[in-house]
Design a protein around this ligand. Structure first.
Ligand code: ZN
Length: 496
């Protein structure tokens, strides 16, 4: 429980990132720590961010053939054991239910760490012929992974909210299209909604989802130089279909085994959002997710209170009519300075300041949250102007995040330089790699950085990066760590 707190943020983002992050989350009323270690309570303002994120993604899923469903929280042990990689991969983190009331259960039940093991057997039941394919199911749910790490709201919690999609396809190509469609939607969520550019790629062999043929991911670079795995989309090949018997009859009435995929994005996206844009004044939100997009702070004295309030209310009504989420802060007991600070802490993208001068000149003073830029707009054009200001705030957030990314992808072809670069700057180091785990391990041991992705095509970085592409060219075709022929380009980074 947090109790009464000082309003402002006291920690520094630059020098004390972890403490600063925890303070922003609590003071902006997004989440609190639960009494059990590893769990958080999501407060209404935090949950609203999740709901808006959900609205975007869920809409795109539905436009592309996905239907929502819901499966039980518990998975019988025997179901879990049918796919061995899942058991091996998740066993150390599974929470088990052994009793119902006072009676010991005949079979232990796993609290789902992920739901392939309960969803795939039903897909098997429901798919009979090629006409039933593709089958695309999604659920919005929570999962539990009993990790023994320090709690970090939205980044590291034992229970977390996510969506998990599970699909079956008649062909390998169909499954690949699915994997890439979802990866693109995750990238779109980050880039178009959260204002965070991402890298896309696949995971090295040992870091794949248990049982997957290929795991793809979007990765976002945080301002402290660490990478966040922002969402993953897995091609499961036929391993799950074989384990759970997902077969169908093809056009010639022959029995075939399906190909399956799964893909998930969790509330870690909110962690990345808070970490990327917020500052020492508190939360900074992109307009698409902000609970309030515009806050109106009236500035009045006893003489002009009535006309300032009247003018402000009319503007609030007009914005609301235009579909803008607007809040008029009409509290008499708080002065404007206090309100400015509080709404900055809460991350409202745009503030309107309305005082006697604005009323007299039929104007509105508009202030952008990210950089405090002030612009005076005509009252008459305000509904149109506000859309431009919201877009401008989004552009500022995206540009800053992109600059951080672009400046922090470095091509390095000397192993000591990898260690030095990551140690000093963080960010991504791109280097030729033979594909052997031992070569990754050599870097991991020294600087705790791992290979977060291997580009699938030529390049994993966004277009803007290519302007400066020269510096990123790799000369060598030998593994930087061991000198053997390079098979791939690896991106090393420290991670969350
Ligand atoms: Zn090597």
């Amino acid at each position: 429980m947090s109790g009464e707190q000082e309003l402002g943020i006291t920690e520094s983002k630059e020098y004390n990132t972890g403490e600063w992050y925890a303070e922003v989350v609590q003071k902006a009323k997004l989440a609190d720590y639960a009494p059990m270690g590893g769990f958080i309570v999501t407060r209404p303002r935090g949950y609203e961010l999740w709901e808006r994120l959900q609205d975007h993604l869920d809409g795109w899923f539905k436009e592309t053939g996905v239907t929502n469903s819901y499966f039980p929280l518990f998975i019988p042990e025997s179901y879990l054991e049918q796919e061995k990689d899942i058991v091996e991969g998740f066993d150390p983190e599974v929470a088990w239910v052994t009793h119902g009331g006072h009676d010991e259960l005949e079979e232990r039940l796993a609290v789902r760490p992920t739901s392939e093991s309960i969803i795939t057997p039903f897909i098997s039941d429901w798919v009979r012929s090629h006409r039933d394919l593709p089958m695309r199911l999604n659920q919005w749910a929570s999962v539990v992974r009993w990790e023994a790490t320090e709690t970090k709201p939205f980044f590291r919690t034992k229970e977390f909210l996510w969506q998990e999609g599970h699909t079956a396809h008649a062909t390998n190509e169909g499954a690949w299209d699915e994997v890439m469609t979802r990866l693109d939607q995750y990238a779109k969520l980050y880039e178009d909604v959260l204002a965070i550019p991402v890298l896309r790629g696949s995971k090295p062999e040992h870091d794949k989802f248990p049982g997957a043929d290929t795991t793809t991911s979007v990765e976002a670079l945080m301002p402290d130089g660490k990478s966040v795995q922002g969402g993953t989309s897995h091609h499961l090949g036929q391993s799950f279909a074989e384990a759970y018997d997902v077969t169908f009859t093809d056009e010639d009435e022959d029995e075939q085994t399906a190909y399956t995929t799964s893909w998930g994005l969790s509330w870690r996206a909110l962690g990345a959002l808070i970490m990327t844009h917020s500052d020492d004044q508190g939360l900074v939100l992109p307009p698409a997710l902000a609970p309030e997009q515009v806050v109106i702070v009236p500035i009045y004295n006893d003489e002009n209170r009535e006309e300032v309030m009247q003018y402000s209310s009319e503007i609030a009504a007009e914005l609301q009519e235009a579909g803008v989420r607007v809040h008029l802060d009409d509290r008499d007991e708080r002065n404007p300075g206090f309100k400015f600070n509080e709404w900055e802490l809460n991350g409202v993208p745009v503030r309107f300041e309305i005082g006697g001068y604005e009323v007299e000149d039929e104007e509105v003073t508009v202030v952008h949250r990210p950089d405090g830029e002030e612009v005076v707009e005509d009252r008459a054009d305000i509904a149109d102007a506000v859309e431009e200001h919201l877009d401008a705030v989004f552009d500022k957030l995206y540009a800053a995040a992109e600059e951080n990314l672009v400046e922090n992808v470095r091509a390095v072809e000397d192993v000591n330089e990898i260690l030095g670069t990551i140690g000093q700057h963080g960010g991504y180091v791109k280097t030729p790699w033979c594909g052997d785990d031992a070569c990754e391990e050599a870097v991991k041991e020294k600087v705790h950085a791992e290979i977060v992705l291997v580009p699938m095509d030529d390049e994993a970085v966004p277009e803007a990066q290519l302007d400066d592409g020269e510096a990123l060219e790799l000369e060598s075709d030998e593994c930087t760590m061991c000198g053997e022929p390079a098979e791939e380009i690896a991106y090393f980074a420290k991670t969350y």
